[in-house]
Design a protein around this ligand. Sequence first.
Ligand code: ADP
Ligand code: MG
Length: 707
Amino acid sequence: MNQDFATAESYKKALKFLFSEVRYLKGIGPAKAKVLKNNKINTVFDLFFYIPRKYLDRSEVTSINQLKTGETATVIGKVVSFGVVRGRTRRFVVYIQDDTGHLELVWFSGYRYLENMFAGNDILSVTGKVGFYNGYQMTHPEFEVISGYDDQTIHTRRIIPIYPETSSLKMVKLHSRGLRKIIKPALTYLEHINCETLPDNVRHKHGLLKLNEAISQAHFPDSLEEAQRGINRLAFEELFYLELLLAVRHRKRATQEPGISFPPPKTLGRKLLNNLKFELTKAQKRVLREIYKDMEKPHPTNRLLQGDVGCGKTVVALLAMLGAVEAGYQAALMVPTEVLAEQHGYILSKMLKGLDVKLMVFTGSVTGRKRESILKKIALGKVDIIVGTHTLIQEKIKFNKLGFAIIDEQHRFGVAQRGKLKSKGLYIDILVMTATPIPRTLAMTFYGDLDISVINQMPPGRSRVKTKFVPFEKRDKMYSFISEQVKSGAQAYIVYPLVEESEKMDLKAAKESYERLHRETFPNLRLALLHGRMKGVDKNRVMEDFRDGKIDIVVSTTVIEVGLDVTNASIMVIEHAERFGLSQLHQLRGRVGRGGRQAYCFLLSDKKLSREAEARIKILCSTNDGFKIAEADLNIRGPGEIMGTRQHGLPELKVAKLTDSKMLSLARQSAFEIISDDAMLMKPDNRLLREVLLKKFSKKIKYSKIA
Ligand code: ADP
Ligand code: MG
């Protein structure tokens, strides 16, 4: 039984307290309430989850005459004088004294701020390293103005919290001092209520403190270890409820929403496999089984197919689509660029040779009568598989009977676009694919309630792409190497960065380089330029010629970043590699090394790199493993940057970090276990969880946003 678990009665009281607005707390007037609100602290709960940025050990206060040079100490004393001193170096000095002596506090910057901080006779609590220069001295100490003995018990003689003090023009500053004064009494109240909601077994299993202890220790800890335990529990709490929400949604979709049941495509599937020049890898077979199993259920499939660049997601996508086609439905494949749409159209059509399946490509480049004709065919059901770009979600397009939709390179799209594609049919199945291999649990959380399949294996015969950093001055040597390689049958890409802000200049630079390469560097080779501003037909011609071996080197902007698949290409040159992000570099490199030939990737840049750029290039040179690269990227940029938190509608986490994959896994596991046993949280033991879940999320996020 759940002994520590609050009873419904006692919890009602606790809930009322925790979710009441902070302005009802003692000592908070309208002004303070406003400051708190500006910092997104609305309820008592928010206040408790506003955790310290660090702690200061003031458990021992030292008399000035007991100070020792070189040690860190806390002193309490009265301000005698303060102000800027102009000597050899300008500095701001404050003298304080206690019953035993004088101490000098020194700052070498921030005078303006400091000038307003002190008044004569203020009592200060200061913590810092003790120095000696004509008397005891502390440079840039942590300090606080305190008043009266009561105050001392909150701000000194213990480990005290230092809070993040945000201040911007719009936000009024939150002072640690003020926060401590609000939080301490609230904690006293908290001691007397039972607000535990996590089931005992969950808490015990993960060695978590009780909620009220955790809050207390996180703010006014007995020791730094206890503070960490407190914070851990709060982090777990956040992740647990987030996962609980996802679990409820997932369960509901997978068992209650109506969907179409597609049996595996016996006839078409077998025919397609016979057409292939290769056998599927074990991993491909496994994920196909997972996908087919999902598709067969009479509920909507919502699955993410993850797999590193080049692992062979396209053929899996096609086999999945055939499931819908054989059952008499249409399937759509949406990709981020026209070049990729054309390529998929080409490759899939080749695979489909001899099968009675009609495939068409529909992009923005298709115009006029041809466009009308394709739209008509789609609407009448004369096309089975439609490959396209954003065009697929335009108003104009009406499917006859769309049953299955795939989004390739999903990280290039937003949740809204997925929703729109979904609305092109009734209860359709959705498969999204991405090569951005973020840690599994993180992916599951970011992509809401998606199920995940991972292809964790490369087709046989792939060799590691040799990756090298090439400083600009060694460029010529690299060019000779490329010449040699091309003479023996290799093909190459040379990529120039193109970022939106400086698009015109970048494009000009790329064009000029192309001219130079064409005329001076490789006069005897066949080169072609490829960039996003070219007409669709021209782009396609370049790619076709490259594929057919009629072009040796494609000089391009980043339009080739995703998806392209030319097996014979084995050299990738990336100009100004410092301007690309890690996953972008990995994607680009993934264009080569798909055939039998040893592949190379050259990263060009100035010798002098920023520290971050150097780190990126180092990682790339050291590994070909997309997961390792993704993890490094996660550490460098953070998950929000990578996946766009806002766009995904995830609630903001205050304590937990989504990068803490271990804790995320534990929280997810616990949450999903509970839901698998009690889908709607209706059992008496789970009623509190349900209430808290509703309280936590009903206002903050729309359930529908996590999809
Ligand atoms: P990605 O997962 O990056 O989209 P693709 O689907 O483009 O990768 O596949 C990369 C290349 O590997 C393609 O040329 C494809 O034909 C080939 N390929 C896919 N599966 C296999 C396999 N099982 N054996 C050999 N080659 C394969
Ligand atoms: Mg692909």
